[in-house]
Design a protein around this ligand. Structure first.
Ligand SMILES: Cc1ncc(COP(=O)(O)O)c(C=O)c1O
Length: 390
């Protein structure tokens, strides 16, 4: 089966009723035949048929062996970070989802885990920085919100040559597995906020972890069972439904975002457009190599950031003038969403200096391009530019 066929059919295996799509096992506990517990299912935190079908489907999307579904993206990330112990060091990048940085810097540093920040867009920065304490390299590509690109293959090569035991983790939420499959490039663990492209309909919070390493998988499963961040069978069922159109949605996100990035990059009112598909994006050549659909075509995803040639007042006027594109956090849904990172969560509590170090300038806007008709989105932006200038 090819990718799209798998997105439709994997996880739909008929049960005794012949149902063509999976039913929901909305149940917490399972009746046992024997007190010694010989049955497969016992209690939903340990395993549930609907969640299991979802895990199989997500593993297929990432072309990986083992997947674990979690209650949120943060639950997935926390489950992975719990592989570390006091004294271990994690190398990461400051261009990271702010809540992930916060989790590392507050919770995990309290437990004695050291966090070192390195600019991984220049992979040579890793040289001389991997010590005996380094146990994990963790990054996103494209990054949030400036869409910086890290060379996944190159990072894995440098790290594994230095010490094959160091675990490389990629948060693949922004690209989605349709456009990038890091396990194929040497990464040990992929994490996702399935709230985003995999869910795709802005109606659930979820997460996932995928790996090809059985030993790591067993540890992660044990971590999740003990911390309890499992999804509801209902959310798992919604995700199973979402994934059946995943490949179609992603094609349209890729198409629309490319058109809009081209439009914005030629627009007078825009200072700079950040989209890895644009030839002048500083990570374009690496993105061209590693951001590929399962059919081998270039696929740069649905996320664009841009800086407006105006002040804070102008930015707010622009955002309030949009009629179709919704001002809302999150991303990856069928509907276009836009945010002003400097004044919205999760960046809002940071100081101006912290924000600027991360590229969160007052005139920066992040746009999650949906799957509407692209002409309507461009007309909406056009009206907002006009009203901003008035
Ligand atoms: C890149 C990335 N990783 C992880 C998360 C956290 O996911 P969740 O909100 O599902 O916990 C987000 C949320 O925005 C994200 O953008």
């Amino acid at each position: 089966m090819r990718y799209g066929t798998k997105a439709v059919w994997i996880g739909n295996e008929p049960d005794y009723t012949g149902a063509v799509v999976p039913p929901i096992y909305m149940v917490s506990t399972f009746r046992q035949k024997d007190p010694e517990i010989k049955d497969k299912y016992v209690y939903t935190r340990l395993g549930n048929p609907t969640i299991e079908r979802l895990e199989k489907k997500i593993a297929t999307l990432e072309e990986g062996e083992y997947a674990i579904a979690t209650a949120s993206g943060m639950a997935a990330i926390d489950t992975v970070l719990r592989l570390l112990k006091p004294g271990d060091e994690i190398i990461t990048m400051e261009s990271l989802y702010a809540t992930t940085i916060n989790l590392m810097k507050t919770t995990y540093s309290r437990y004695g885990v050291k966090v070192k920040f390195i600019d991984l867009t220049k992979t040579e920065n890793l040289m001389g920085n991997i010590s005996r304490e380094t146990k994990m390299i963790y990054f996103e590509t494209p990054t949030n919100p400036l869409l910086k690109i890290v060379d996944i293959e190159e990072v894995c090569k440098i790290v594994k040559d230095e010490n094959s035991e160091v675990i490389v983790v990629v948060d693949n939420t922004f690209a989605s597995p349709y456009n990038q499959r890091p396990l194929k490039m040497g990464v040990d663990i992929v994490v996702h906020s399935t709230t985003k492209y995999i869910g795709g309909h802005s109606d659930i919070i979820g997460g996932a972890i995928v790996t090809n390493n059985e030993e790591i998988y067993n540890k992660l499963r044990a971590n999740l069972i003990s911390s309890g961040g499992v999804p509801s069978p209902f959310d798992a069922w919604l995700l199973l439904r979402s994934i059946r159109t995943f490949h179609l949605r992603m094609e349209k996100h890729n198409y629309n975002a490319m058109k809009i990035a081209q439009y914005l990059s030629e627009k007078e009112d825009v200072e700079k457009t950040y989209y890895p598909g644009l030839k002048d994006h500083e990570g374009h050549e690496i993105a061209k190599k590693q951001m590929r659909t399962p059919y081998g075509n270039e696929g740069y995803g649905g996320m664009i950031s841009f800086q407006l040639k105006t002040d804070l007042k102008g930015v707010r006027k622009f955002l309030k003038s949009l009629r179709i594109i919704a001002l809302a956090v999150s991303l990856g849904g069928t509907e276009s969403l836009i945010v002003h990172p400097a004044s919205m969560p999760p960046y809002k509590p940071l100081t101006k200096e912290e924000k600027e170090r991360m590229g969160i300038w007052d005139n920066l806007i992040r746009f999650s391009v949906g799957i509407e008709d692209v002409e309507d989105l461009i007309e909406d932006l056009e009206t907002a530019f006009k009203e901003m200038r008035e």
